[in-house]
Design a protein around this ligand. Structure first.
Ligand code: PGA
Length: 260
């Protein structure tokens, strides 16, 4: 098994204007650089709104920051009359490495089901952008079907039937834990992660099974280490805490809190 590089991903959602966004990236990177953060050991990525991407790209490029850039959505279409949509090619031109697909807020408020998620994953693959495929169960589904069934189902649906599967990341985010302060236990995150990995192996082979699986949902600097201790969870997708430079850089430096 090749070693998986942990990924610390910050999903800013619809927050900050682009100037505030630049200031946040600067603060995070300066803090991490001051602490001699090794980005090859623990990868760090930020996912600002579309309107910030060009400024973020310019800043990262000019300052030679090692943080990666992600987008929060991608159109399933290549180009054409799709008002308001942003294509994979447009994102790629802005040096976007990652794109969130199937976040529970998109599934819930924009009616994005497994079919849309599948098409967006295809669009990411064909544009050379790594999809971060978000999966997770609601409280209702947790009670009726248990914790792993829905995330496993959503993972298989997102990845089945592609001509070829490129690099991808799965983010397990229990819907009941997003922005609520309720956190899954490290054991729960580990169990679901194992179930997803097993499904990846059974359906798509060993290489897919060695993809990174993140946990997301109310992750903070003071609880991150628990999730990453076992080595089964390969990083975190952070919402609220990614908007606070000290918190987010603290999360990226989680190894400081792990007693090896
Ligand atoms: P949260 O959000 O960290 O604020 O719970 C996580 C997410 O939605 O990705």
């Amino acid at each position: 098994m090749t070693k998986r590089t942990p990924l610390i991903a910050g999903n800013w959602k619809m927050n900050l204007d682009h100037l505030q966004g630049i200031a946040l990236i600067q603060k995070v990177c300066w803090t991490l650089n001051d602490a001699d953060h090794d980005y090859k050991d623990v990868e760090v990525a930020v996912f600002p709104p579309f309107t910030h991407l060009r400024s973020a790209q310019t800043l990262i490029d000019a300052e030679k920051f090692e943080v990666k850039l992600g987008a929060q959505d991608i159109s399933e279409h290549e180009a054409g009359a799709f008002t308001g949509e942003i294509s994979g090619a447009m994102l790629k031109k802005l040096d976007v490495d990652y794109v969130l697909i199937g976040h529970s807020e998109r599934r819930q408020y924009h009616n994005e089901g497994n079919e849309t998620v599948h098409s967006k994953v295809a669009a990411a693959f064909s544009s050379g952008i790594v999809p971060v495929i978000c999966v997770g169960e609601t409280l209702e589904e947790l009670e009726s079907r248990g914790q792993s069934a829905v995330p496993v189902e959503q993972t298989i649906a997102a990845l089945s039937g592609h001509e070829s599967i490129g690099e991808f990341v799965i983010a397990y985010e229990p819907v009941w834990a997003i922005g609520t302060g309720k956190v899954a236990t490290p054991q729960e995150a580990e169990d679901v992660s194992k179930a997803i990995r097993e499904a990846l192996r059974d359906n798509f082979g060993e290489q897919a099974a060695n993809s990174r699986i993140l946990y997301g949902g109310s992750v903070k600097a003071n609880n991150v280490a628990g999730f990453l201790q076992s080595g089964e969870v390969d990083g975190v997708l952070v919402g609220g805490a990614s908007l606070v430079a000290d918190e987010f850089s603290g999360i990226a430096r989680y190894k400081k809190h792990i007693v090896l």
